[in-house]
Design a protein around this ligand. Structure first.
Ligand code: HEM
Length: 417
């Protein structure tokens, strides 16, 4: 069955979801939330056609993410169009595409490096890096309006992951940053002759890590630690080490860049809330949590059903794709009071968990690190540049099917530029 959904509420153009994966087009709207509300209201579990079902209600998404017949999706390899080669190897070997015992074992081996103790031990490094970057940015803004995305939102998580991998700063800048840095362009036109092939960055990163393993000498870095055997679960194959190294670089930096930028964007778009946080800096924890709910950097994740299931009264055949609309579930009025209100002092509601880091067995392994980085970055920014304001309307990214974040966030310092 195919559905008619109004994709652009501003000009009332109707768009048909011939293939349910068209959902990714919603992510590119300047304001996708009215469309998701319409989808959720039409049916919290919507048969979107092409074997794809959107799950947009919070409780149903939470339930389905933990359902034994709902397994890791093959969506990523498929979306890259890869059936063999380095991109296929990565997208079928990283944690996100594994299930059952194989996933548990591999997750245990990767997770060793991201325990709360390990993350807390990174705090002094993150504090120092954020302080330096925020101070430099605050100074630059005195001279002229400046883009926060490259200067702080990207620079901080990039620096944290570089240091975890113990990669020399010049090498990181030369070999890795060009593959992962935000372009500053709101849209990448895939029809352009020079547009990168889908998955090109994944393939290049895999090749980079393969060469590093070949070269040896990663002692103390994350790549070497991923290769250390556990007495009980053994060790990851080199293919899995490379795949998860690529996952850690891509999943950790792009999304955390989004969280830092979205948090600042939300505050600057809600001056009353910004004033509260300026007066009470301890609210920064609530600011990051509310941003995760209100403007989540990862808008969706997907799974496949291995048996027929019934969800919210809807029969879903085996082999269907479930597309969890995180952005919709996080604003489900059955779960959150006044869901479209950004409220940094929102009381904890029923555990207050959002779906921003996923749920169930694949729950984000870097959630604690991402939260810490965003809290520290925003605190440092408000300390060094308490008078920042939006200099131009936010230009949202349109180049990613899942990551929602500003492509550019140009700010100025009130009265100084
Ligand atoms: C705000 C920042 C972040 C957001 C919004 C985010 C979001 C997510 C989501 C939604 C998932 C679940 C995907 C699924 O179920 O298919 C996930 C998984 C994952 N994330 Fe994050 N992430 C963030 C930061 C990080 C960081 C900093 C790291 C690493 C240091 C990381 C590493 C991972 C890994 C390894 C997985 C796969 C876990 C598994 O499959 O078992 N993420 N993330």
């Amino acid at each position: 069955m195919s559905r008619i959904i109004n994709l652009d509420p501003m000009n009332a153009n109707q768009a048909t979801f011939k293939d349910g994966w068209d959902v990714y087009r919603i992510a590119a709207l300047d304001d996708p939330y009215p469309v998701w509300a319409a989808i959720r209201e039409e049916s919290p579990v919507l048969d979107a056609g092409g074997g794809v079902f959107f799950v947009s209600a919070f409780e149903l998404a939470n339930e389905a993410l933990r359902h034994p017949a709902v397994r890791a999706g093959s969506g990523v390899a498929e979306s890259f169009g890869a059936t063999e080669g380095p991109v296929y190897d990565v997208a079928t070997s990283w944690l996100m595409s594994l299930d059952g015992e194989e996933h548990q074992r591999a997750r245990g081996l990767v997770q060793r490096e991201f325990t709360s103790k390990r993350v807390e031990a990174l705090r002094p490094f993150i504090d120092a890096a954020a302080d330096r970057l925020a101070r430099e940015f605050a100074t630059a803004c005195v001279e002229q309006p400046s883009d926060l995305v490259p200067a702080l939102a990207f620079a901080l998580p990039s620096e944290v992951i570089r240091s975890l991998f113990a990669i020399d700063a010049d090498e990181w800048q030369r070999d890795v940053v060009p593959l992962i840095a935000p372009t500053g362009e709101p849209a990448t036109d895939p029809t352009r002759a020079d547009a990168p092939a889908p998955g090109a960055a994944v393939a290049a990163l895999a090749e980079y890590f393969r060469r590093r393993i070949e070269r040896g000498g990663d002692a103390g870095g994350l790549l070497a630690q991923l290769r250390v055997a556990d007495p009980e679960s053994g060790r990851l194959s080199d293919r899995a080490v490379i795949a998860n190294a690529v996952l850690l670089v891509t999943a950790a930096i792009d999304t955390t860049t989004g969280l830092v930028a979205n948090t600042v964007a939300c505050l600057l778009s809600h001056p009353d809330q910004l004033a509260r946080v300026r007066a009470h800096p301890e609210l920064v924890v609530g600011v990051v949590e509310e941003t995760l709910r209100f403007e989540p950097p990862a808008l969706s994740c997907s799974r496949t059903t291995v048996e027929p299931i019934t969800l919210g009264g809807v029969a879903i055949p085996a082999g269907s794709h479930l597309l969890f609309c995180i952005g919709a579930a996080n604003r489900d009025p059955d779960r959150f009071t006044e869901p479209d209100r950004f409220d940094v002092e929102r009381p904890v509601e029923r555990g207050a968990e959002t779906l921003s880091f996923g749920g169930g067995r694949h729950f984000c392994l870097g959630a604690a690190l991402a939260r810490l980085e965003a809290q520290v970055a925003v605190r440092a920014l408000l300390e060094h540049a308490p008078d920042i304001a939006l200099h131009e309307p936010i230009a949202w990214r349109k180049d990613s099917p899942t990551v929602r974040a500003p492509a550019r966030l140009v700010v100025s310092r009130a009265g100084r530029c």
